[in-house]
Design a protein around this ligand. Structure first.
Ligand SMILES: [Fe+2]
Length: 241
């Protein structure tokens, strides 16, 4: 079973699909690319809305989409969120932001270099949280963080790391992503698709590169771990796959 663990497919919700038609086009393309399930990881920015507002708004967007896709041959949609790290997350109960039916939370890091206190907050959070953290598109921070900070963020042994398919179209990010995959430091894959124009689902392109450069067993492992995530298995169990 293949799951896209990162996409912005809900209509008129964030910077992803701008209409139901665009959502459907993305979902059809994901189906074409072999996905059985997609996790709708809409952006959650705590500085813009509360947890309750997000969950309500997301439910409405999902309902709109759900009635429009009835009978279409598209992947199953599972609700989730892409949560931008914020300093008080450690105090919050955010079950509704997790991948539905699990305790897995897709966490996005800021696109600026973290200060030492911010890094310490992140470390406290990762070490104490009841949630099972998946770091989103970990390869992207290699361009933004210095080596020491990047290594710190990459070094949690009780978290998972996700790679973006569209990064394989960038020479530098492709190199980083392939290296991390080979080192066993990336565990699942997502398209991070936002639309059908500038950021479409690019799984097939990424898969062809991974197959050619590393071998198909790495993709198989992504999908096996993905099944384990949806089954809410423990991080240690998933890391052993
Ligand atoms: Fe995203």
């Amino acid at each position: 079973m293949k799951t896209d663990f990162h996409c912005h497919v809900l209509p008129e919700f964030d910077d992803g699909a701008k209409s139901i038609d665009e959502s459907i086009a993305i979902l059809k393309e994901q189906k074409q690319q072999g996905f059985d399930t997609v996790v709708a990881t809409s952006h959650f920015y705590r500085n813009k809305e509360t947890y309750e507002q997000f969950v309500l708004r997301r439910q409405k967007a999902y309902h709109k989409l759900e009635s429009a896709v009835s009978g279409l041959d598209i992947p199953d949609i599972v609700l989730g969120a892409e949560v931008l790290f914020y300093s008080s997350i450690i105090d919050d109960e955010v079950d509704g932001l997790c991948i539905s039916g699990t305790k897995f939370l897709l966490l996005e890091m800021p696109f600026y270099s973290l200060s030492k206190p911010e890094l310490n907050l992140l470390i406290d959070f990762i070490e104490s949280t009841e949630y099972k953290i998946i770091f989103a598109h970990i390869e992207r921070y290699s361009k933004l963080y210095d080596k020491e900070l990047y290594e710190s963020v990459l070094s949690f042994d009780n978290a998972l790391y996700q790679v973006n398919c569209d990064s394989f179209g960038d020479r530098v990010l492709r190199k980083v992503a392939l290296k991390l995959i080979k080192q066993g430091r990336v565990h699942i894959i997502g398209t991070d698709a936002h639309n059908m124009t500038s950021r479409p689902p690019l799984y097939n392109d990424a898969a062809a590169i991974i197959n050619k450069k590393l071998g198909s067993e790495y993709l198989d492992a992504f999908h096996m771990r993905g099944e384990a995530v949806l089954a809410d298995k423990s991080i240690s169990k998933i890391l052993s796959i």
